[in-house]
Design a protein around this ligand. Sequence first.
Ligand SMILES: *Cc1c(COP(=O)(O)O)cnc(C)c1O
Length: 356
Amino acid sequence: MTNPIRVDLFSDTITRPTAAMRKAMAEAEVGDEQKGEDPTTNRLAEMVAELTGKEKALFLPSGSMCNQIAIRVHCRHGDEIIADRTAHVYGSEVGGFAALSGASLWPVEGERGVFQGRHVAAAIRPKPSNHAPLSKLVVVEQTSNMGGGKVWPLETVKDVAATARHRGLKLHMDGARLMNAVVKSGVSTSEWASCFDSLWIDLSKGLGCPVGAVLAGSAEFIQEAWRWKHQFGGAMRQSGIIAAAGIYAFENNVERLAEDHENARLLFEGLMNIEGLRVEEPDTNMVFFDVRFLGLTQAEFCELTLAEGVRFSSGMAPSRVRAVTHLDVTSDDIKDALSVVEKVVRNLKESSVESV
Ligand SMILES: *Cc1c(COP(=O)(O)O)cnc(C)c1O
C-alpha cells in the first residue's frame, strides 16, 4: 500500500482554498456575469485593470482560455505566432492556436524559455510575400514554466518588445506566474504589462484560488475578447463566487509568494547535497533536477518517492523531474521531502551494492 501524499510538489495548481478564502467566496455578492451584472466579477476585473495599468480586464475560467482568446483577437487564419519551443501555448494547449484561430507557430530556441530580440528578428517572415504566413504575434511566458520558473529579465522583454513593435507585431504575455516574477524582480506588474498589448494572470496557480484567470488589455481588445469568450463557452453567470477568491488572493497571497521562493531555494540546497542528482538553480517557485545518474527515468523516480508520500511531476524530459512550491507547502514539508529523496537514493545505492 502506498502512503497518502504528505508533501505535494506536483504543481502550484494543487492548492486548496483556505478557510478565509472560502469565507470571502461564500459572502460574495453575485449577479449575471454575461450581462455585466456580477459586482464581484466586475470588481476583480477593475482590480486587475488597475494593477496591470490596462484599460480593461476580463475574468475567464482558465489561463488556457486567456491565451486562446488573446490569439483569436490578435491573429487571423494563416497568421503566425512566435513563441519559445517550450511554451505552454505551443505544447500544452492541444494545438488550440491552430484549431481555434487557424494560426501557425514558429518555435524559438530560447534559453530556459527566454529568447532575445534577435531571435524574434530572425523568426519574422519577410514582407511583402505572396507565400509566407504573416508574422503577427510574439508570446512571452513569464515566468517560463519549463525553463524552471525562470524570470525574464526586464531588458530582455524590452528588447523583444522593441523588435516586435518595430516590425508591426503584437505582443502577448502568458503571465500564469507573473506575480512570482513581480515578487522576485521587484518590477511592478504595470511595468511588465506596459511591454505588451495583452496579458493575463492565473488565479489558480501560486495565488491559491480554485479556478480562474484574468486577461487584460485595451478597451478595444477586451471588447473583442468578450465576443470570443462567449463563442468559446467561457461566459459565466454568478461567477462572483469564484471571482471573490481572486480578489482575496490579490489582497492576501501575493507577497507571500516570496515564501514559496525561499522554500524552492531550501529544496535546491538540500538536493544539491544528494549524490547523483543534477539540480538546476531555481529562480522562483520551481526546482528541476535530473535523475539519469541514478539510473532512473523521471517516472521511476517519481514512483519511488510517491510510495513514501512525496509527489513530484515530470520535467518534460525522460529523466528531468519538477518540484513546485506553493501555499500548501511549508519549510518543514521541504525537509520531509528531502529526507524522502535521501532515503530513496540510499536504498538504490544499497540495492546496487547487494547486486554486485
Ligand atoms: C498553467 C499554465 C497555463 C494554463 O493555465 P490554466 O489556468 O491551467 O489553463 C498557461 N501557461 C502556463 C505557463 C502555465 O503554467
